[in-house]
Write a new protein. Structure first.
Lengths: 311, 522, 286
């Protein structure tokens, strides 16, 4: 870096500076909103998590400080919390795997040419447009013992095939997974299709010329190029699926027993049924911590892409 | 002026008792003297005699109305807002006009699903909006609501205005008078709904001679309503006829309800939920036996048992789909009325909850008082006195006898006079026999988890019992897991705090139950 | 590369996928037009023989709802629908406006550190149930409980990351030169943004607004926790119907569900080319 370059840079900086004030002004409202309505409650919740506060002990400021007791309670004694975490992770992994597979399959089909493509494209996107509560409600109806899913099972497999979906744990969990997969496969489909469409042709053409089979082209050329897109899709969905609440609330409320109780449902119960508010806050921060670690690991390869806005 | 009035009223009462007045004349005189027609009516037909009846039965209502008048005149907010569970409104709407016309107060009802009422109350404790004046929770909410300061301790008002809840002739039936209204000995709410579970049977099937003969041949005793849980099982098995859509019993296996089926059987076996040191006692041989009994019953239940709510359960019984139903008195009300019980009207034989045999061979009769709503006064109400007046007025011996029979709500009898000296409408709705059955069962009732943290306890138990019923866990494991959760809850809520409340609760139970569970020595 | 047509197997697979995707929607629409006698039929009725729109009417008629059986929710859906419209529209407008300025600020003036996006992302990872409690505390102090203002404030905060980042990616797509040309013309920076930048991202603005609207319309948990008696939204009302002790108002619930779905499906159709950008915070464009 010689003197003249530095001078050029300084002049550039000076030219840009007049706008800096405006820039600050423009971002300030957003920052204020985030601070007051996002950061402040988070701080209050953090403070809460170190107390033993429930409304039966007066106001928040009358509650006593208990240090990390809530956190240790959750991690050591609260089997229901740990089960909720594992259960949510298990359901998430299964759902994401299924959504990815179906989404990819559909996206690959859409690389072909056929009539009515745009109409079908809209149709396949519809499930993810529907409110989560409504999706949960729809499937609650579909999975009723006298509902159409049982009817279809009986039609295909005979009279004994009908299942009491909400009466046994494995079936209830299956119902939750089916609901979630139906709801969000379109997102994977959408993202993967965008990814597939933006793959440069030359590497693929080269592979064809070199005599690679379609299978090899797909696994060894296309998929690796799709990696950033796939990771983004997984990260985005993971963040949301860990908070799974609306659909399960409408489908099973966490039952039978607590076999479909996701983390969000358990925290909701802690906060709004038991009013163990401080304890619930601690649970939420544990979940936040876990999610942050998870997402950080998953995002590592594509951090910059996300930050720069996909360029 | 008051002296004179009383003098004249006393005279009319005495004359009526002595037979010197016809009923019509009596009512007319009372109206002239300014006595509310409802009171005069109740007094005129009361088997207690007019003098006694007026002196006390009318009293609670009169005092409440006087307070209401005073409070309404002072009120700046001319509405009284009530937080009530959905399905209960029918007992309260008939009086809206009277309050509007005579007091200028509009009754505003905010209905929430029943499992949300507790949450809304706790939220109000945090939010302090002052939105509600009267709140109608179950007794299980009282400890947390009192501790979090969202409702008033009513004891002072009770002392001053005397709603006669402990009266020997028309008070709330003991022990519900205590476990459904008090927290640590102080009044937290006024009971307005006698929610005890009783057993209903289809009397037409009992009277069937072929069935009677077949039953006696098979089991060696007469076909009749079951006295014990074993007999209950035999009956369910015998009457179960799924091919014709007729099931042995319509017992609940649904979340929130299934735990009561367990708790009922547990107390019948002479066990309560904790000992005097707050150690759980339900994961005992009696508890395991109770769960095993329930599992054995699963094959004789209605297919919807795992999703029953109280209304779908009542409807199923009313449609004639079951031989027996364990349900609240409102279930009897619905099954008796031709509109809601087309297949059961006139065909119900009811009995107290079955007994069980104690280790010493004697029979123990115990009942469950589960749910049971009551009126509480919000601490953030702008009109607490008016709210209290409403509570006392609606639950007074006279008004309550009038309110309960309305079909659009599920309020059930809870005062001694409802059951032992009922009005004609009460008899029409419930039948004299059933009202007596209610009394016989009520005196043996045990409360729900009416303790600090009560909702946490019941949820922990409910989840485990439900898991056991769906086959996910064995009985002993389910109960042990529940006991572990209970220990954690007790530790978090505060052992001494819960213990104090538990000991206060178990002090007021029927003697046989206290003896069987050891509570008489605590 | 020449795109090949579908093989027979692939066509069949596509058809099956289509049926799976559309069947639940078909079912709920059919249920919404079933007469009450068909609601809980066993076996279930797929297409009612006498379809009717009475369920939609009942939805807004409190007396009719009260008639439906013991324990039914005796509330009409009018307040919920109006509430949803109010809360969603207002919060969307505010969120998009604030997000727009933040987006320009970040895109053009590199304001906000590199950590900001990560902070915003982590905001999305916090279980809403727990953050609802501090809101309840804060709002009760400010008397915002059970008021639409409180709900709108939360909705704005929760969707701000989406509106900011989605709009930022649209602004990024616009070359700086366009604004600089306007400024050379003599306009001030602000005027340049107002008269040039914003009109040129009209399409993106529309897409972002619709996307944020979808998020707000669908929101459940905060509305559930913050609604007492004054406010209500459609998801809360639907949950009330379904969890009421008489959950068998099937036709009426379905009617509400259909009403809830309709705006979103329509809106989604119009912005579908921008959906990927919205869902991935601008990371992926179609």
């Amino acid at each position: 870096m010689n003197a003249s370059n530095i001078a050029v840079l300084q002049r550039e900086k000076a030219r840009r500076r007049p706008g800096a004030g405006i820039g600050k002004a423009m971002t300030t409202p957003g920052q204020i909103v985030s601070l007051v309505v996002l950061v402040l409650p988070l701080l209050v919740a953090l403070y809460m998590s170190f107390t033993d506060w429930t409304p039966t002990r007066g106001s928040l400021f009358q509650a006593s400080f208990v240090g990390f007791d809530n956190y240790s309670d959750l991690l050591i004694y609260d089997t229901r919390f740990l089960q909720a975490v594992l259960r949510t992770l298990l359901i998430s992994v299964i759902c994401l795997a299924l959504e990815f597979s179906f989404g990819l399959g559909l996206a690959v089909l859409f690389m072909r040419e056929f009539r009515g493509k745009s109409l079908l494209f809209s149709a396949f996107l519809t499930p993810m447009m529907i409110l989560p509560v409504v999706v949960g409600y729809i499937f609650w109806m579909l999975f009723q013992s006298n509902g159409p899913i049982n009817q279809m099972l009986e039609f295909v497999f005979g009279a004994k095939a009908a299942v009491e979906w909400f009466r046994s744990a494995p079936f209830a969990v299956t119902a939750v997974i089916i609901t979630e997969v139906w709801h969000w496969t379109p997102l994977f489909f959408l993202i993967l299709l965008s990814g597939l469409n933006s793959i440069p042709e030359n590497p693929v053409r080269a592979a064809v010329i070199l005599g690679a089979s379609p299978g090899q082209i797909f696994w060894r050329v296309v998929l690796p190029m799709l990696k950033p897109v796939i990771i983004v899709a997984f990260v985005i969905r993971s963040m949301e699926i860990i908070k799974l609440f609306d659909e399960v609330f409408m489908l099973t409320r966490g039952g039978p027993g607590s076999s479909t109780e996701t983390i969000s449902l358990y925290i909701y119960k802690l906060a709004f049924n038991d009013f163990q508010l401080a304890y619930g806050a601690a649970a939420a921060f544990l979940v936040l911590l876990g999610s942050l670690v998870l997402v950080h690991l998953m995002l590592a390869p594509v951090r910059d892409q996300l930050l720069d806005g996909g360029r | 002026m008051e002296e004179e009035q009383h003098g004249t009223i006393d005279q009319v009462l005495a004359d009526y008792d002595a037979g010197k007045l016809t009923r019509r004349g009596f009512l007319r005189s009372m109206a002239v003297l300014g006595v509310a027609s409802m009171v005069a009516n109740a007094v005129s037909i009361s088997p207690l005699g007019a003098v006694k009846a007026f002196a006390a039965i009318g009293g609670s209502e009169e005092r409440a109305w006087a307070l209401a008048k005073k409070a309404a005149a002072k009120a700046t907010k001319k509405t009284l807002t009530l937080l009530i569970p959905t399905g209960s409104i029918g007992n309260m709407t008939p009086y809206a006009d009277k309050w509007k016309n005579e007091l200028g107060i509009t009754l505003e009802f905010i209905e929430e699903p029943d499992e949300v009422v507790h949450t809304k109350g706790m939220q109000e404790a945090v939010a302090k909006t002052g939105r509600y004046d009267v709140m109608m929770p179950t007794a299980m909410s009282y400890p947390d609501w009192i501790d979090s300061g969202v409702i008033y301790d009513l004891t002072d008002w009770v002392d001053k205005y005397d709603p006669e809840i402990f009266n020997k002739e028309w008070g709330v039936v003991f022990p519900a008078s205590h476990h459904a209204q008090l927290y640590n000995g102080r009044v937290a709410g006024l009971l307005n709904d006698g929610d005890q579970i009783t057993l209903l049977c289809r009397s037409d099937h009992l009277a069937n001679p072929e069935k009677a003969k077949a039953f006696e041949d098979k089991y060696g005793y007469k076909l009749d309503v079951p006295k014990t849980w074993k007999e209950y099982y035999n009956l369910a098995k015998f009457m179960h006829d799924p091919a014709h859509g007729f099931y042995g019993s319509l017992e609940y296996r649904s979340p929130y309800y299934v735990k009561w089926m367990f708790m009922q059987r547990l107390v019948s076996k002479g066990r309560l939920y904790f000992d005097n040191e707050m150690n759980p006692t339900f994961n005992s041989p009696e508890g395991v036996a109770a769960l095993e009994d329930m599992l054995a019953m699963n094959e004789f239940l209605h297919p919807d048992a795992f999703s029953f709510t109280w209304s779908s359960n009542y409807n199923a019984f009313g449609r004639g789909e079951g031989f027996m139903d364990i349900c609240w008195p409102s279930g009897f009300k619905y099954a008796k009325a031709p509109s809601t019980g087309p297949a059961t009207t006139g065909k119900i034989a009811a009995t107290v909850m079955p007994a069980d045999t104690l280790p010493d061979g004697s029979l123990l009769y115990a009942g469950m008082f589960c749910w049971g709503y009551g009126y509480a006064v919000s601490r953030y109400s702008a009109n607490p006195e008016l709210a209290y007046a409403y509570a006392q007025w609606m639950t007074s011996p006279t008004i309550s006898a009038d309110a309960i029979p309305y079909l659009g709500g599920y309020s059930d009898p809870y005062r001694i006079n409802h059951m032992l000296e009922p009005t004609k409408r009460l008899v029409d709705t419930y039948s004299k026999d059933y009202l007596h059955t209610l009394y016989d069962n009520m005196i043996n009732t045990v409360p729900d988890f009416c303790l600090p943290g009560g909702f946490e306890y019941q949820d922990a138990l409910d989840k485990q019992v439900h898991a056991c019923m769906t086959g996910a866990k064995k009985p002993k494991q389910a109960l042990d897991d529940a006991a572990r959760s209970f220990d954690r809850i007790t530790r978090r809520v505060g052992r001494e705090k819960v213990k104090k409340s538990w000991l206060a609760l178990t002090k007021n139970l029927a003697d046989p139950i206290k003896k069987a569970s050891g509570a008489d020595k605590w | 590369m020449q795109r090949k047509p579908l093989t027979l197997v692939q066509t069949i697979l596509m058809a099956m996928a289509l049926m799976v995707v559309l069947f639940p929607i078909f079912w709920i629409v059919m249920t919404s037009i079933k007469p009450p006698t068909d609601w809980n039929a066993s076996p279930a009725i797929w297409v009612p023989s006498k379809p009717t729109f009475v369920n939609f009417k009942t939805l807004f008629d409190p007396d009719a709802i009260r008639e439906y059986g013991v324990g039914g929710v005796s509330q009409s859906a009018t307040k919920a629908v109006l509430g949803s419209v109010l809360a969603s529209v207002v919060s969307t407008c505010i969120s998009v406006i604030i997000g727009l300025f933040s987006a320009i600020g970040i895109s053009r003036y590199a304001n906000g550190s590199k950590a900001t996006p990560l902070i915003i992302l982590s905001g999305r990872m916090f279980p809403p149930a727990a953050i609802a409690v501090p809101f309840v505390i804060m709002f009760s102090a400010l008397n915002l409980i059970d008021s639409y203002s409180g709900l709108i404030a939360i909705y704005v905060a929760v969707t701000l990351p989406f509106s900011t980042w989605m709009l930022k990616s649209f602004v990024d797509d616009l070359p700086r030169e366009v604004e600089e040309a306007a400024m050379l013309d003599g306009r001030s920076r602000i005027m340049a943004h107002l008269t040039v930048t914003i009109p040129l991202i009209k399409g993106g603005l529309f897409a972002t607004s619709m996307f944020v609207f979808i998020l707000n319309w669908s929101e459940f948990m905060f509305a559930l926790v913050l609604s007492y008696s004054n406010i209500s939204t459609i998801p809360v009302q639907l949950a009330k119907y379904v969890t009421a002790t008489a959950g068998t108002l099937y036709g009426v619930q379905a009617a509400l569900a259909v009403l809830a779905m309709l705006p979103l499906v329509i809106v989604g159709y119009f912005i579908q080319s921008h959906l990927a950008r919205g869902m991935t915070f601008g990371a992926i464009k179609q």
